[in-house]
Unconditional design. Structure first.
Length: 270
């Protein structure tokens, strides 16, 4: 009898708590990579691109033992890869004679971390090419495909001026790439003569238009700034972060070597 009651109790607990867990997970504002599935209208052109875009290496850095120790002495999160690199290059020797030594070394004002509020993809962010086929005098349908008429460069960037913008861009791109699993870079080039054998039917008596767009990620959030000090007191070494501020920031980050296509046909020129 006790076993039966215990089983019923466990089932009731599982049924009761599972929906709560599901709701809690669904209310999490952070999107996962599955939420950014590439639509059918977007095609990879890396192999066909007549301009070779350099791969953007994300500046992931593993903190050294000392850097990890120092970052653990402050409650302020430090994600800036440039600051982590500086701490990795720092050498501090422990000495018993330094027990009475006190010092505070100013390392500068840094963007410390980036917190995302939203990550969205605009698959038709920047139009870079138009192909058309005039079949108004034809008796049957004809095929239209993509051909890049001129070389086009699309450069993303921050939507407003902000201190130490390059470091902020790195942190924003790291987050956007992790969330979307898309190949991102702040600059992408589509070379002249790039083509793709994606065929579109242009009916008789119609003009077909094929528009090509560079997709881009719109990243929006807050960056935390602070003045960083390396301090020594009582034989202990710590990081102190003072005058902490936050500032809103947004950025457009192109999706590299991908194009979005839209095809329309009309009996009149557009």
């Amino acid at each position: 009898m006790m076993k039966r009651v215990l089983i019923v109790f466990i089932v009731m607990v599982a049924v009761f708590f599972s929906p709560i867990q599901f709701l809690a997970e669904s209310k999490d504002g952070n999107k996962k990579a599955d939420d950014f599935e590439i639509p059918d209208s977007v095609i990879k052109i890396g192999k066909e691109n007549t301009y070779t875009n350099p791969t953007q290496d994300l500046p992931y850095l593993q903190p050294s033992e000392l850097a990890e120790e120092l970052m653990g002495t402050t409650e302020i999160s430090i994600e800036n890869p440039d600051l982590v690199k500086l701490l990795n290059e720092t050498t501090v020797q422990n000495s018993k004679l330094a027990i009475g030594f006190r010092a505070s070394i100013y390392l500068g004002e840094w963007p410390l971390s980036y917190q995302s509020d939203s990550t969205e993809v605009n698959w038709e962010h920047q139009k870079i090419n138009t192909n058309f086929l005039d079949n108004r005098g034809g008796n049957g349908s004809k095929k239209l495909s993509y051909y890049q008429e001129q070389q086009k460069k699309f450069t993303g960037g921050l939507t407003a001026k902000i201190p130490n913008s390059e470091a902020v861009k790195k942190m924003m791109m790291i987050h956007a790439a992790e969330v979307t699993s898309l190949p991102l870079a702040f600059e992408t080039v589509i070379g002249q003569g790039t083509s793709k054998q994606n065929k579109y039917n242009v009916p008789a008596k119609q003009i077909g238009y094929l528009y090509s767009y560079v997709p881009a990620v719109h990243e929006k959030g807050k960056v935390t700034y602070g003045e960083v000090y390396l301090t020594f007191k009582g034989g202990k070494r710590t990081l102190e972060v003072k005058n902490v501020t936050q500032q809103g920031v947004g950025a457009w980050i192109p999706v590299q070597d991908h194009l979005s296509f839209t095809f329309v046909s009309s009996d009149q020129p557009r």
